[in-house]
Design a protein around this ligand. Sequence first.
Ligand SMILES: [Zn+2]
Length: 145
Amino acid sequence: MSSPSDSPAAAPGRLVPETHDHDTGGFFAAAAREELAVCACAACGNVLHPPRAYCSACGGWDTTWRTVGGRASLYSWTTVEHQVHRAFPVPYTIVLVELEDEPGIRLVGYLPGRPELTAGMPMRVWFEPVDEDGTRLPQWAPDER
Ligand SMILES: [Zn+2]
């Protein structure tokens, strides 16, 4: 996974990921279309998460991006009370969700404040715009379904 960096196109103080990385670019290309995608082996279908070029299940080197639904369950979370970067005023909560379409595959997200959360609760993706170039980050919010 690429590390975030300050971008001259970003909103003031906002962290923007490197979206043109060979291994992770497909994730951000899908997010820009407001789709959620996981990297998978083109030969055997094994999900490669975090995204990578080599399949540990079959040894294949061809990968593809598989669009998945935007529903998940809350796996874990932590609330941050001590500010470490100006882009993230405290308090905020980092959530770890498990995808409904791909059990075992987990993604992180950001929620402002100290939301009331329960392990296993339904979560739904939304796509946060983070710059003027169309970069979006998948984020997760409680799903009131
Ligand atoms: Zn494979």
